[in-house]
Design a binder for this molecule. Structure first.
Ligand code: DX5
Ligand code: ZN
Length: 218
């Protein structure tokens, strides 16, 4: 299994964003992971629509938009217009999750649901067949550079079983604290997509860091 590598631009140098976008364009990475935070659902504010539009003008790979916001249903269309290929909303932010997932699909985007570290995988059992992607948060959302939560391995394995049992085509994405030590066991556990922010952008050679992640054996 060759993983999809999705560097998170949250850890990029925002004063040199075009340079860092070109770095990802010229790397072995597959997607751009864009973390949108509203200061309400999570205790941090990252960036919003104008910055996404600017990223989309330069990015030559799919945009994977992770909405850490309340009322994501109000912003789906605008992020689609910004060039989002996949949009993930949080389980914890959506009382009408089924409806929101259908709205994402109607827009022509891949539909994802992200779950916080305390949210059981089993809560997805009645929606998993509708999903293209599940994002397991392996840190509490809101900040880059946090320590990986080890319980996430069990959640990945449980989710892999749920996907098989329900004959879902959903990909499993892991987000938070991913590095060269946990990447291999995560892929073995069933992860398809590795999101990595600080491990990529704080490394001495981000291009090599990305290509090493891409080559991690399953
Ligand atoms: C956290 C974000 C992550 C974050 C990952 O709320 O969803 O995508 O950027 O950053 P690292 O890889 O530094 O944990
Ligand atoms: Zn994210």
């Amino acid at each position: 299994m060759i993983p999809i590598i999705a560097p998170s631009l949250l850890a990029a140098d925002f004063a040199n964003l075009q340079r860092d976008i070109e770095l990802i364009n010229n790397s072995d990475a597959d997607w751009f992971h864009l973390d949108i935070m509203d200061g309400q659902f999570v205790p941090n504010i990252s960036f919003g629509v104008p910055v996404c539009q600017a990223i989309a003008r330069h990015a030559r790979k799919p945009l994977d938009v992770h909405l850490m916001i309340e009322h994501p249903e109000l912003y789906l269309e605008i992020f689609k217009k910004c060039g989002a290929n996949s949009i993930s909303v949080h389980y914890e932010a959506c009382p009408h999750l089924h409806s929101v997932v259908q709205q994402i699909k109607t827009l022509g985007c891949q539909a994802g649901v992200a779950i916080n570290p305390h949210t059981p995988v089993s809560h997805l059992s009645d929606i998993i067949a509708d999903l293209d992607l599940v994002c397991i948060m392996s840190v509490n959302p809101g900040f880059g550079g946090q320590k990986f939560i080890e319980n996430s391995f069990d959640k990945v394995q449980e989710l892999r079983k749920l996907i098989t049992d329900k004959q879902s085509k959903a990909l499993i994405e892991i987000d938070g604290g991913v590095n060269n030590r946990n990447a291999q066991p995560l892929i073995t556990a069933g992860v398809d997509i590795l999101v990595a922010g600080s491990f990529v952008f704080n490394s001495e050679d981000p291009l090599k860091t990305i290509s090493d992640l891409k080559k991690v054996p399953a």
